[in-house]
Design a protein around this ligand. Structure first.
Ligand code: BGC
Length: 331
């Protein structure tokens, strides 16, 4: 995974070098996220760092919770404001197809980050390879449970591609262990933390033999951990989470979360600005020519993930410091 990040960073440098032309006006871009959460604060930080470095006028917006109409409305506003580029993370990829097509029709460069929408015609995707990351989570869960036990899956969305791909990867990985059973249905909370805790509490009550929770989104792992702690089952019910906000890091340190798949969302924000600015200046074709392609020719920058446990927590935090990702964590 580190290799992908290196490729991304080299690409960032090449693209930055290509943007040295005189510019009459600042490039204006918008970065759209999915919900108010410390996870998204890091995306914004990455966006701001790149915007400062490249002198781009960048706007960031996230709705309070998963809110498809609000995302579409924001995209419409940015089109009306004549932004040059948009990087979006759709809560529902189908719901943004027409607005993204409209933006592209007006010459606005559109790319996705965090969660994809390939059918929208977006030019590229920057983010985690969610199916493989979900698979890693499943393998980690199987290892922790020694191949046996009941697991509940908690997520904030059943429409966003990143959630669907993570869950598919997780299910495919644990399917190799006949003694691991997934509790159905999946617990869905629309990125509402209070609801996430409540759903996890109910799952614990309804399944006294529950062995684990898979937290698909950033707030899911900590929400399940709160429920497990208040049920007095810390250390008995294991949690594999996504993301590494301060809350996750403290919970890993305190043994409430067993493992987290750390996304590198700082680079999703950072590279969105780099790529969009270059598309405006050098042209989209010249920019895309430099970018990594899949076998099918799709343009994707895999920002990579890190599996974080108590054992490598100290090293991981050093890595965050090197990247310049701010945190309040102390060992
Ligand atoms: C996901 C985002 C989500 C965030 C906050 C992350 O794991 O990648 O799509 O909005 O969690 O819940």
């Amino acid at each position: 995974m580190k290799r992908y990040l290196t490729i991304s960073l080299i690409l960032a440098m090449v693209l930055c070098a290509a943007t040295g032309l005189a510019e009459p006006e600042k490039v204006r871009i918008g970065v759209l996220g999915k919900s108010v959460h410390p996870y998204w604060d890091v995306v914004r930080l990455g966006m701001e760092a790149a915007a400062k470095k490249l002198d781009v006028d960048a706007t960031f917006y996230v709705p309070p919770t998963e809110d498809v109409p609000k995302q579409v409305e924001t995209l419409e506003t940015w089109i009306a404001m004549g932004f040059d580029g948009i990087s979006f993370a759709p809560s529902d990829p189908d719901a943004v197809i027409s607005v993204i097509k409209k933006a592209m029709g007006k010459g606005i460069h559109c790319i996705s980050q965090d969660t994809d929408a390939p059918k929208s015609g977006r030019l590229c995707y920057i983010g985690t390879s969610n199916y493989s990351a979900g698979k890693m989570a499943g393998e980690k869960m199987a290892e922790i449970l020694k191949g046996k036990g009941k697991v509940a899956i908690c997520t904030g969305s059943i429409t966003a591609m990143n959630s669907l791909e993570r869950m598919k990867g997780f299910r495919d990985a644990v399917a190799l262990y006949p003694d691991i059973k997934i509790v159905e249905p999946v617990l869905v909370d629309n990125e509402d933390t209070a609801k996430a805790v409540e759903l996890a509490e109910t799952a614990l009550l309804n399944n006294p033999d529950l062995a684990g929770f898979f937290g698909v989104y950033a707030f899911n792992g900590p929400s399940a951990a709160k429920a497990v702690k208040s049920a007095g089952k810390a250390g008995k019910v294991h949690i594999v989470a996504f993301d590494t906000t301060d809350e996750h890091l403290f919970m890993i340190r305190d043994g409430l979360i067993d493992a987290a798949i750390g996304q590198r969302q700082y680079f999703m924000g950072y590279l969105s600005v780099v790529v969009l600015k270059d598309m405006v200046h050098a042209g989209k074709d010249a920019t895309m020519m430099l970018m990594p392609k899949t076998a099918e020719g799709d343009v994707i920058i895999d920002t990579g993930v890190d599996i974080v446990t108590k054992d490598n927590l100290a090293d991981y935090v050093k890595l965050m410091d090197e990247w310049g990702v701010k945190h309040q964590f102390k060992l």
